[in-house]
Design a protein around this ligand. Structure first.
Ligand code: PRX
Length: 648
């Protein structure tokens, strides 16, 4: 099992939830009663919630259609528009002047964008896109920094029924190219550049490079001016965002689409092959984004300022920087730059300056901030914090305790949320004013979510025993498939338990009190600083370097990143000076800097079984410096091990 955080501290304390009668779910009894409603009437309860929380243009008559499982459909004959739910309905309710987005640029400038202003800009963008030939079902790739225009671009797509696919701005042009090709996108929206670490980093050249060959479906590239840097311009293809919007009216009729219409595609790594395009549908996703905001963050739109630090290139940024807070009519904060620039107090300064009340980040960030020292948070008044959240990887108890005590002053509940790109929103998480928390446990499945820890045959394991985490009933924001690859969808998520359960790819156990403890991935997916990377992708990137004959990639525990990337390489030639750096840079150019190996080891051979399979478990032990316990009689060459351990 990779991804497991080894902790030197065992925190056995249980933290009772603070009392707050104003909370949406304020006791375990309420949680249990709601969960019981799902047990008694699964579709009736979902149907009721969907009617209450979403503005439908055409009401649905069926809640869940299981006839083509595992291609589940939710609210299928209903129609709605996401931007209308996130914007128009709040403006119509008299909230037009409320701040929708607070944005801070890295150099320090601040924008407060009201719901009315955001609606106007989204309408202009939607009109501009339409004028450029984008319509319902067309795919639009968004390759943007963290600027409000990124959220506007996403919402503008939803307004006209286009399906967006956001590609993380630090992915390489090659990764961008592959995603554009796979999605068959018609447009890319990007920016000239953005501020990072005190300088303007560029994005447009990455798009130009991605489009230099292939990508025949692309007709236009819209470019937001942010960095002020010069960019190459392809006449007829490239369009200036600001100019295009200025030429359009700020009114655009939202297009009602079917609840199952693909809202977005988001690429994520799997254990094999290239990145897969996870497809999310309109109605179910929006419902769960809104409900989890309310349940897990107890979001109070009239008074909360919510900051999720994730980039919009990841699912966390989709659901909790954009759609969740806006579907609720609240205020979301976006920050452009590096969280530790110009110093490690930047995050806390932003929280203080804007009165952030609910803060959501990754354990890796918390660990880096711990290392920077308590003096940084101590400089800022953080008393407005109500709730602190974490996501993306298991949180070690030390980091949890620091977050709780130093950042939350011991007052704020910590919600450790387990979920995935595929699940669309939180699945296992505490309810801040109902669930007693245990540091390192994501606690219990949310109301409406049915999860289990099972053995290889699908039988629930005893409490305390490790097993595989599965979801046993469909849920509205579940992925609808992998873009263009039905077989891979079935194989990856449903085959293991013959269609009965959704297989998440994580290991877990439940303790005697029924708390869920997530142990990390059980497949060949790494979790590096909360970012998901496939070992295969990194291996193929390495194999495409002329000096490399063969490469194997594994994770090893890392104090800050959770997991670090360790690669074992067989060269075609002798090792030359600077080769390690060249290989690291090669991987960065192929995938992106987040995939740069931390550790590169050369050997004459890789350890393989007689049948020729790379012995990955053995490599993981070697990478972690653990004692080798495997039976090595099947190894071709024991000397290889010594080389890989650095003894050869
Ligand atoms: O291994 C789990 C880990 O992150 C994986 C999903 O990654 P991704 O699709 O990129 O989405 C991350 C943000 C939702 C999971 O399979 N993971 C996520 N949250 C947690 C976690 N592991 C432990 N505890 C969590 N709270």
């Amino acid at each position: 099992m990779s991804g497991t955080i080894e902790s030197t501290m065992h925190e056995m304390r249980v933290f009772p939830p603070p009392q707050d009668k104003a909370a949406r779910l304020s006791s375990m009894q309420q949680y249990q009663a709601l969960q019981q409603r799902f047990v008694d009437d699964f579709s009736g309860t979902w149907g009721e919630l969907a009617t209450q929380h979403i503005s439908w243009r055409k009401p649905f008559s069926t809640v869940l259609d299981e006839s083509d499982a595992p291609f589940y459909k939710w609210f299928a004959d209903g129609q709605l528009n996401v931007s209308e739910n996130c914007l128009d309905r709040h403006v119509a309710a008299g909230l037009g002047e409320r701040t929708a987005i607070i944005w801070e640029g890295e150099p320090g400038e601040v924008r407060h964008i009201s719901y009315a202003e955001l609606l106007g800009q989204v309408c202009r963008a939607a009109n501009a896109m339409r004028a450029l030939g984008i319509g319902k079902g067309d795919r639009v790739v968004i390759y943007m920094p963290m600027i409000p225009e990124a959220a506007m671009a996403m919402l503008a797509c939803t307004r006209i029924g286009a399906t967006h696919s956001v590609v993380f701005g630090a992915f390489s042009s090659k990764a961008l190219h592959e995603r554009i090709e796979d999605a068959g996108a018609k447009m890319v929206i990007t920016a000239d550049g953005a501020w990072r670490r005190g300088a303007v980093s560029t994005l447009k050249p990455g798009v130009d490079a991605a489009l230099a060959s292939g990508c025949a479906t692309i007709e236009h590239v819209m470019v937001v001016r942010r960095g002020g840097n010069a960019v190459d311009w392809v006449d007829g293809r490239d369009v200036d965002w600001q100019q295009a919007l200025a030429a359009q009216p700020d009114v655009c009729e939202p297009l009602a689409v079917e609840a199952e219409h693909p809202l977005f595609i988001l690429y994520t790594s799997g254990s094999t092959g290239t990145a897969k395009g996870i497809v999310h549908a309109t109605g179910g996703y929006l419902l769960w984004a809104r409900l989890t905001m309310q349940w897990v963050f107890d979001f109070r739109p009239q008074s909360d300022v919510f900051w999720c630090t994730a980039d919009i290139g990841w699912i966390t940024g989709h659901t909790y920087s954009v759609y969740g807070p806006l579907a609720c009519g609240g205020t979301t904060l976006m920050y452009e730059g590096v969280p530790t620039f110009p110093d490690p107090g930047r995050i806390w300064k932003i929280c203080r300056d804007h009165g952030v009340t609910v803060f959501y980040t990754a354990p890796t960030a918390i660990r880096a901030l711990i290392k920077a020292g308590d003096a940084w948070p101590a400089k800022y008044d953080l008393s407005k914090f109500r709730i602190l959240g974490t996501v993306g990887e298991p949180i070690n108890p030390q980091a949890w305790m620091w977050y709780h005590d130093v950042i939350g002053g011991g007052r704020c509940p910590v919600v450790d949320t387990w979920w995935q790109t595929e699940t669309g929103g939180h699945m296992i998480a505490p309810l801040p004013f109902a669930t007693a928390t245990k540091p390192g446990s994501a606690t219990f499945p949310l109301p409406g979510v049915f999860a289990e820890v099972v053995d290889m045959e699908g039988v629930p394991v005893e409490h305390g025993q490790g097993g595989l985490l599965v979801v046993t009933r469909p849920w509205p924001s579940m992925l609808r498939g992998i873009w263009g690859d039905e077989a891979r969808y079935r194989r990856t998520y449903w085959q293991k338990f013959e269609g009965r359960y959704y297989f998440a790819g994580d290991g877990a156990h439940k303790d005697d009190d029924g708390y869920y403890w997530i142990m990390g991935r059980v497949d060949d997916v790494l979790n590096v600083s909360g970012h998901r990377l496939g070992t295969m992708e990194i291996e193929s990137a390495l194999a495409s370097h002329p000096a490399v004959a063969e490469a194997a990639v594994v994770g090893r525990p890392d104090e800050i990143k959770g997991e670090a990337i360790c690669v074992f390489v067989v060269l075609k030639q002798d090792e030359t000076e600077g080769l390690r750096t060249a290989l690291r840079n090669h991987v960065a150019a192929e995938i992106g800097p987040i995939a740069k190996p931390d550790d590169i080891r050369f050997a004459d051979k890789l350890p393989k079984t007689r049948s020729g399979k790379i012995m990955r478990r053995l490599l993981r032990d070697i990478a972690a410096g653990r004692e080798i316990t495997q039976d090595m009689t099947t190894l071709e060459d024991l000397k290889v091990i010594e080389q890989l351990q650095g003894k050869g």
